[in-house]
Design a protein around this ligand. Sequence first.
Ligand SMILES: Nc1ncnc2c1ncn2[C@@H]1O[C@H](COP(=O)(O)OP(=O)(O)OP(=O)(O)O)[C@@H](O)[C@H]1O
Ligand SMILES: [Mg+2]
Length: 260
Amino acid sequence: MDDKTIFYTKDLEIRFGGLYALQKINFDIMENETLGLIGPNGSGKTTFFNIITGLYLPTDGDFFFLGESMRGKEPHEISRKGISRTYQSSRLCLNLSLMDNILIGMYPRQQTGYFTALFKPKKMLAEVTEFSEKAIELLRVFNPELIDKAFNPVGDLPQIDRRRVEICRAMAVEPRIILLDEPSAGMTPDETQELMDDIKKVRSNMKDVSIMIIEHDMSVISSVSERVIAINFGQEITRGSYDEVSNHPEVKEAYLGKED
Ligand SMILES: Nc1ncnc2c1ncn2[C@@H]1O[C@H](COP(=O)(O)OP(=O)(O)OP(=O)(O)O)[C@@H](O)[C@H]1O
Ligand SMILES: [Mg+2]
């Protein structure tokens, strides 16, 4: 661990019914990096995201963000502090517009509530205007073509644009860390390439954001990650550059298949 570390876990473990889904996990995320997490189906990748976003309470161990323990904190607290995510299966409201879906992501940052809406409507309106402008700005950074579609229902969009909206929504809380759970799932190779270009653009435009990305598609991992960690059966196998990790014999056997 060095002074660029903004997040780390300490012997993090979780058991379900006596079986370890994650064991002795000591991961770290550094400032401004894109970190890949790979591993076969059921190896514990999503479970890791579920713990560090407060959905699951670890059975043992702890995790720290900006020096503070996050163990036991509620998902909305963790999100407000600056860790946000996308889900493996889409969680968009398909009948709402792109704009509305992104505004939902800003909810943890909202200052005004029912009281303000009733008694200080101008203050409420100012916040809504500010959030709407921020949402448009996010779309501009991510993919300007989405601005023209901002008021269309998300359900009318192709898969790739839906993923983009989900990532914009995760960025709406102005996070320091964005966790992406298999963003390329269900997309064609061309769409995957486009999405990776967008993700790289976000990284170069938003200097203080770190990304941790779970992916099955090794070409995605090799194109976006500066560092990779491989797990299997809930335990770390190895970590390093993409080349180091993908050439590790256990990774080859466990993840890429023996014939590779
Ligand atoms: N809520 C839960 N209750 C019981 N077991 C669970 C729960 N969540 C995860 N598990 C178990 O933990 C293990 C890891 O699951 P996880 O979803 O993290 O895998 P994954 O690496 O994300 O796999 P995939 O690549 O298929 O998404 C699996 O054996 C799974 O059945
Ligand atoms: Mg998963």
